[in-house]
Design a protein around this ligand. Sequence first.
Ligand SMILES: Nc1ncnc2c1ncn2[C@@H]1O[C@H](COP(=O)(O)OP(=O)(O)OP(=O)(O)O)[C@@H](O)[C@H]1O
Ligand SMILES: [Mg+2]
Length: 264
Amino acid sequence: MSESFYLDWNNSIPILNKAYESDLFVIIIGPKGTGKTSLVRDFVRSKGAKLDSINFSLRTRESHLVGSKTLTNGTVSFDEGLLVKSMREGSMLYLDEVNSAEADVLLRLDEALDDRRQIVLKESTGELIKAKENWFVIATINPLSHSGTKELPPQLLSRFPVRISLEYPPEDIELEIIKKYVSGNHESELVQGIKLANILRQAAAVEELFYSPSLRETIAFGKLLDKETSTKEAATIVFGNVYTQWGNIEHQKVRDIITSMFGS
Ligand SMILES: Nc1ncnc2c1ncn2[C@@H]1O[C@H](COP(=O)(O)OP(=O)(O)OP(=O)(O)O)[C@@H](O)[C@H]1O
Ligand SMILES: [Mg+2]
């Protein structure tokens, strides 16, 4: 990816810069595939900083964050986790989908993220780790409707006083973003694909459909058009077929929309 690949359409980079200069941690909230990770990467690159990422899931344990004891050749040592390493180095720490983790794991984050920016290695020597200056943390959460996500405990949420909301972009901007990835020879077809994606997103938002396509899908649609796939076929492959997961009625609803837009 080139330097300015990320299109900062809702002015998030200036907010990230102000937060960074004021030592205020940031949380980015938005559905899947709206550019959260790309935004963070672009910002970290612009600062010339090192990026450490933790992708949270139900299986994330405290030991991933803080570390764990290991036994090699009869000697016990402590393998520091990414949170501790990042605090020591003063890197940028990206906590991705932090609301998919179990509450007890998050408790340990509270400690590190409060205003003192320090953590006690009670699992090891009891050493007090103080974060290096410039240590910075950016987290993302998916909206609560996203499966597997839970509400972030309020005290943890309060550690991220700067909040950026990243939704699906307006149609003209989504077109501009897609054109960064595809030839742009199919402008009117791309516009139609984005329209379709937004119809499906709106239907998913009111729970008429189970799935909401992201920018990944509209980009994929454009890439298939570049490979001489017909518009209808690309729409079926990228936007239609996924709904068979939820049965024939769901699939048929979307097939009808695709046929009405792209012909039979
Ligand atoms: N503003 C943008 N400028 C350039 N590319 C973008 C932009 N927004 C999204 N994209 C592209 O859309 C795709 C999805 O973006 P990304 O992975 O950053 O989303 P995300 O919000 O982190 O998704 P998830 O919640 O699933 O992790 C990527 O290919 C990304 O490069
Ligand atoms: Mg992401």
